[in-house]
Design a protein around this ligand. Structure first.
Ligand SMILES: NC(=O)c1ccc[n+]([C@@H]2O[C@H](COP(=O)([O-])OP(=O)(O)OC[C@H]3O[C@@H](n4cnc5c(N)ncnc54)[C@H](OP(=O)(O)O)[C@@H]3O)[C@@H](O)[C@H]2O)c1
Length: 236
């Protein structure tokens, strides 16, 4: 395990690129993005009582078992091995997140003026969080430092706005798969952590469609976990 973790620390902490003036460049990162063996990042039939459609919680059970996952729910305990170590890389150095409309709420949330996201009054972002939607609305200031901003903009434009807000820190691309695919196709993602879960969903929204040979743009490393999931890191 020590080997796995020290290898992983090296691979996911590459030398940070610098600008011509020598300043650190803010990176665009993806963390803890879970897909099934057949490439689905969410199931079919997303709704208010089924945020991941027919996939239920099967894509994220690996995380709920870790200390990181337990802490998210205010619970003690949890494993501290490779799954935990990889999961904890989600937060440090991130100054803003961009997510898709499909992550912010169930289909049709734009018709509900009261919808404030899944996460309650104090969402777990604690930073400016940009929701891409073709039906933007005024910003929502939540407790704990999260403000949701709603943007109808191309990925590169949205990234520019989020980067400004991140004030030198990195920007996290939070998913779901449709917006992630657009950011990948536009070549905007520097580091990506994908968790391949050994389940077959058969239907839902796939991550990889249309991204043929994407791996050639990255160094790809693979870390097996005793829990059964495979962590893949894509770094350029
Ligand atoms: N597996 C994981 O780790 C993971 C992580 C995050 C989320 N998820 C799940 O993924 C699902 C959501 O994914 P999804 O693929 O259905 O949707 P999504 O990627 O979250 O959002 C796609 C939607 O965002 C809006 N959008 C995207 N790009 C835009 C742009 N440039 N300008 C304006 N609007 C834009 C459009 O919605 P409108 O046209 O309706 O505005 C589009 O249909 C949920 O079930 C969520 O729980 C899974």
């Amino acid at each position: 395990m020590a080997d796995v973790i020290s290898r992983q620390d090296r691979s996911t902490s590459p030398t940070r690129p610098t600008s011509l003036e020598g300043a650190a460049v803010s990176l665009v990162r993806v963390h803890n993005f879970s897909i099934s063996l057949d490439g689905f990042a969410t199931g079919e039939g997303q709704a208010l009582d089924t945020p991941f459609g027919h996939a239920g919680h099967r894509l994220h059970e690996w995380m709920f078992g870790t200390r990181f996952g337990r802490e998210m729910f205010g619970e003690p305990g949890g494993t501290e091995g490779v799954d935990h170590v990889m999961a904890t890389r989600h937060g440090p150095g991130i100054g803003a997140e961009i997510m898709g409309a499909g992550k912010f709420g169930p289909p049709g949330w734009q018709d509900d003026p009261e919808w404030r996201g899944w996460w309650g009054d104090n969402p777990p972002f604690h930073m400016p969080t940009y929701v891409l939607t073709h039906r933007p609305r005024p910003p929502l200031e939540m407790e704990g430092g999260t403000t949701f901003h709603f943007l109808d903009a191309a990925p590169a434009e949205a990234l520019e706005v989020a980067r400004d807000a991140a004030a030198g820190q990195d920007v996290r691309i939070g998913g779901g798969p449709t917006m992630m695919r657009a950011f990948l196709a536009a070549g905007l993602i520097d580091q990506m952590h994908i968790v391949q879960v050994p389940i077959l969903l058969g239907r839902g929204v796939r991550l990889w469609d249309g991204l043929e040979a994407l791996e050639q743009q990255y160094d790809v490393e693979v870390f097996l976990s005793p829990s059964g999931v495979t962590h893949l890191t894509f770094t350029r």
